[in-house]
Each structure stands twice: as structure tokens, then as C-alpha cells.
Design a protein around this ligand. Structure first.
Ligand SMILES: Nc1ncnc2c1ncn2[C@@H]1O[C@H](COP(=O)(O)OP(=O)(O)OP(=O)(O)O)[C@@H](O)[C@H]1O
Ligand SMILES: [Mg+2]
Length: 181
């Protein structure tokens, strides 16, 4: 089964393409539900586009005629007894939310969020990222703005920094039980 972390990567890449300055990924597991929210302050979508966006044939891609990021995430949530919602405002930003029944037989594993975060940071775009995860109230927050402040001019995209970030997120995930999701 395809990991939810890969869906999250797809959705956050849409935020990067939308020119966002800040992208927030929230993953909370509690009361038997997994809730994933990806929000951005990018270009947003108008109402007419928004109505069609969960249809695979809606895309502003020029390289092919289908866009699968949103339809696949929606399908993953609905297959796992959850719900999907997308709100967006032109010029303001977009929020994508998906919920999953944690012990549903068709729920995909969360997968490797450390790799997803590192892929997003390493993309080299201008966006800052916040990754906020909690399992039964125990969690941590990773924020590229805090990291940048500590790095004192060293770019967050440096390979050594990315390895550090990946290891740090992996360790934190083990601490909170997030790697078992
Ligand atoms: N966060 C966002 N902000 C602004 N527009 C968005 C956002 N997310 C999606 N869109 C718009 O919705 C379209 C469909 O997104 P979707 O992820 O389903 O497909 P895609 O990005 O076009 O292609 P793929 O994900 O398969 O590479 C995008 O082409 C883009 O125009
Ligand atoms: Mg996409």
C-alpha cells in the first residue's frame, strides 16, 4: 500500500508550486483517527477551479493532462473510512485535510515522514516548512525558520544539514511512537 507520507509530499509540492512562503504539515493521531492537514499561503484557487480540483482531469500542468496528487490523497482517506476536504481562497492560500480511521484495514501506513520533510526542504524553494506531529498528545514541531536561525547563515539545503534533519526527525518519531503509525 502506498505510504501516506508520499501523498503528503505530493500535496506539499502543490503548495511549493503555488508560490507559498510558509507550508504547514500537521499529522495528529488520537481517538482512533489520523488527521493530516497541509496548509499554505500560496496563490490559492478560485471557486470555479476548486469545484473541479478533485477530478483527475483538472490540472494546470502543461506536461500532461491529468493531475493525480489531490484525487489520490482523497481516495486514500475515503478508502480508510476517513474524509477529505479542501478549502482555498484565491490570493490567500489553501488547506487540504484528510482523516483516516487508524485501525482500518485499508489504511496505508504513514511511512517515512523524515524523508518527506527532507525532500521538501532539499527542493531548494523559498518556502519555509513547519512539521507538527503528535501521537496521543505527545509530539514535536520542526520549523525551518528556527533551524535557519540556529545555522547562522549556512543554507538549510546543505547536504550535511539535510542528513541532520532526517536523523533528528527519525529519532523524534521513534520517541513519540510516530514511526509505528
Ligand atoms: N495548494 C495549491 N495552491 C494552488 N493551486 C493548487 C494547489 N494544489 C493544487 N492546485 C491546483 O490544482 C491542480 C491539481 O492538483 P493535483 O495535485 O491533483 O495535480 P497536479 O499537481 O496538476 O499534478 P500531479 O500532482 O499529478 O503532479 C494543480 O495543477 C494546481 O493548479
Ligand atoms: Mg500535484
Amino acid at each position: 500500500m502506498r505510504e501516506i507520507a508520499l501523498n503528503i509530499l505530493d500535496i506539499a509540492e502543490n503548495s511549493v508550486k503555488a508560490g507559498a512562503d510558509l507550508i504547514r504539515v500537521t499529522v495528529h493521531a488520537e481517538h482512533g483517527m489520523l488527521t493530516v492537514v497541509i496548509s499554505d499561503d500560496g496563490c490559492g484557487m478560485d471557486e470555479e477551479f476548486l469545484k473541479r480540483v478533485t477530478d483527475p482531469f483538472t490540472t494546470t500542468r502543461t506536461t500532461r493532462k491529468v493531475g493525480m496528487g489531490i484525487p489520490l490523497f482523497k481516495m486514500a482517506a475515503e478508502m480508510a473510512g476517513g474524509e477529505f476536504s479542501l478549502t482555498s481562497e484565491k490570493g490567500v492560500g489553501t488547506t487540504v485535510k484528510a482523516t483516516f480511521v487508524l485501525d482500518h484495514i485499508d489504511r496505508a501506513p504513514l511511512g517515512d515522514m523524515a524523508d518527506t520533510v527532507v525532500a521538501l526542504i532539499g527542493g531548494g524553494g523559498k518556502a519555509d516548512f513547519v512539521f507538527d506531529i503528535a501521537v496521543d498528545g505527545k509530539g514535536f514541531v520542526f520549523d525551518t525558520r528556527e533551524l535557519a536561525a540556529e545555522l547562522d547563515g549556512v543554507p538549510v539545503t546543505e547536504p550535511d544539514v539535510l542528513v541532520f534533519v532526517r536523523d533528528m526527525i527519525k529519532e523524534n518519531m521513534i520517541d513519540i511512537g510516530g514511526e509505528k503509525l
